[in-house]
Design a binder for this molecule. Structure first.
Ligand code: ATP
Length: 328
């Protein structure tokens, strides 16, 4: 065991459902082990601006069911500078913290790793992002909730699409990764799914739509990840397909930020609780520079460096095949 007496916790980067549940878990696990907790508001910027609050087991009541993050999140330019990080370190030490849990994405982990390298300050990461694009964990916090939000939206759009024989392009989040698009597309019964990991052309898209039409499919749901490169964006896809087939009634829905909000699913709440316990207990065992993840339903640790640099995409190619089979 180490002599850590106070753990600081912050949320950074894009918010994700389940972040509150993770903060709650970090706080309650620390209290359970007689460790004090310092909440940091607004991510790294709050560390630089001394925006701290003491947290105890009761300060995190009624939080497990709430989306977003009550500690607020931020993107901090100052933390990218050595001066900013030095100030953050001095403030943390002055506040008595001797370890830090960072809940965020790979950018936040890059900052955490630098912070450790520069000051030897123990850090532990918890992956929180709806995109699920972090190496070293099968699931990130918020992904399952976002997935269910998207499927619910697709179901609703399908009702109107089939009532009017319309085609819908539905844009979902995922600038670099197609997890949300691929899984929500399968779950929502999409006729076609476009993801950044699999390039297709506008001509191929039109010909597939044509084939579907000839098969008697009157409505079409096409799920498009933000980062897909078939067209510049969903509006261009609509324009192109419309030009080739002026008879089609095509609509576009960009789901946008509703995908980030909402109460976390039970899966994300349990995952957050498990990850928070592991993060705190690993710090207390003297470990640092790791990200907590879930693999084969076991909570484990991946070096932050590996989580940041990534490896091969963890997107299962078999899912692409399943999506194709399901849409015949
Ligand atoms: P999301 O997946 O939602 O984008 P993220 O954690 O990757 O989450 P970023 O905006 O990339 O989000 O990073 C969050 C914060 O982490 C940045 O605003 C910055 O303060 C810090 N950070 C990111 N990259 C670095 C870096 N190279 N050096 C120092 N700090 C960094």
């Amino acid at each position: 065991m180490t002599n850590i007496k106070k753990i600081a916790v912050l949320t950074s980067g894009g918010d994700a459902p389940g972040m509150n549940a993770a903060i709650r878990s970090v706080v309650r696990t620390s209290v359970y082990h007689n460790i004090e907790v310092l909440g940091v508001y607004r991510g790294y910027q709050g560390m630089i601006e001394n925006d701290f609050t003491p947290l105890d087991a009761r300060s995190v009541r009624n939080l497990i069911n709430r989306g977003g993050t009550f500690l607020k999140s931020a993107r901090s330019k100052d933390f990218r500078t050595p001066e900013g990080r030095k100030k953050a370190y001095e403030n943390l030490v002055a506040a008595g913290a001797d370890a830090l849990v960072v809940i965020g994405g790979d950018g936040s982990f890059t900052g955490a790793l630098l912070f450790n390298q520069e000051f030897g300050f123990p850090v532990m990461g918890i992956p929180g992002t709806i995109d699920n694009d972090i190496y070293g964990t099968t699931y990130t916090l918020g992904y399952d909730t976002a997935l269910n939000t998207v499927v619910e939206a697709i179901d609703k759009i399908r009702d109107t699409a089939s009532s009017h024989n319309r085609m819908f392009f539905i844009e979902v989040m995922g600038r670099d990764a197609g997890f949300l698009a691929l899984n929500s597309g399968i779950g929502g019964g999409a006729e076609k799914i476009l993801i950044p990991e699999q390039h297709s052309t506008l001509e191929e898209l039109v010909s597939e739509i044509e084939i579907n039409h000839n098969k008697g499919k009157m409505s079409n749901i096409i799920v498009v990840a933000e980062g897909d490169t078939t067209g510049k964006n969903v509006f261009e896809l609509k324009k192109y397909v419309e030009k080739q087939n002026p008879d089609y009634d095509i609509r576009v829905t960009v789901l946008g930020h509703i995908q980030r909000g909402g109460a976390p699913t039970c899966f994300d709440r349990v995952l957050a609780s498990r990850m928070g316990v592991k993060a705190v207990e690993s710090l207390l065992e003297g470990k640092s520079n790791y990200m907590v993840g879930i693999n084969n339903d076991k909570i484990d640790l991946t070096p932050l460096e590996k989580a940041i640099k990534g490896g091969e995409s963890k997107l299962d190619p078999d899912l692409i095949r399943i999506a194709e089979i399901m849409s015949i």
